[in-house]
Design a protein around this ligand. Structure first.
Ligand code: SAM
Length: 189
């Protein structure tokens, strides 16, 4: 089956275009076909797109570094990225690793940096196996953001029809999270 993921830029990210332009460096976790990475690069950011199953035919671009790697093995640099995107990927990690990656994301964000997460919630028909994995509980990501002292720009939980795969008769609970790391956060830690 073709990989349908990462083919289309998320409207969620596009709405922040004004804030994203020329923001420095970005990390796109689970970039798949790279729609978000390419979009961020087109806005002048230097992008690292990482995916464990990175397709071979991604376009080369001066300001994108494609990395075929398991995010669990990625050595997150501290305070490095001005923008971090994790769309539709955290739910595939088990809970322990998902929470480790979340904390790594927060630390890897530079002061004043922006973080965008889109992920499944449990408010949808997920199997009991999937519940052991990373779909978020109600308000879980919001509470995490507050605990990290992030300034929440947007938080929404919605149920939407699947639109990516060629199957449209089921819905997914999705959480949309956008936040900014305080510029003073480093001094407080
Ligand atoms: C559903 S796709 C999402 C792609 C794209 N971000 C989007 O929103 O359309 C999930 C991607 O996460 C990648 N992925 C899953 N587990 C991963 C891991 N441990 N490390 C890196 N990438 C992973 C998969 O290979 C897949 O390409």
């Amino acid at each position: 089956m073709d990989n349908y993921f990462g083919m289309k830029i998320s409207d969620f990210l596009e709405r922040y275009e004004g804030r994203l332009r020329n923001q420095g460096s970005a990390l796109d976790i689970g970039c798949a076909n790279g729609a978000e990475s390419l979009y961020l690069a087109s806005l002048g950011l230097n992008v690292t797109g990482i995916d464990i199953m990175l397709p071979d035919n991604l376009p080369s671009s001066l300001n994108i570094h494609w990395l075929k790697e398991d995010i669990l093995k990625f050595d997150f640099p501290k305070n490095k990225f001005n923008v971090i995107v994790a769309f539709n990927v955290l739910q595939f990690l088990d809970l322990k690793n998902r929470n480790i990656i979340l904390d790594n994301i927060s630390q890897a964000l530079s002061p004043g940096g922006l973080i965008f997460i889109k992920s499944f919630t449990q408010k949808a028909p997920v199997s009991s196996d999937e519940k052991e994995m990373g779909p978020f509980l109600e308000n879980e990501l919001l509470d995490w953001g507050k605990k990290q002292n992030l300034h929440i720009l947007e938080y929404q939980e919605k149920e939407i029809e699947s639109s990516v795969l060629p199957i449209s008769d089921y819905t997914h609970g999705i959480v949309f999270f956008a936040a900014e790391k305080s510029r003073e956060q480093n001094m407080m830690m």
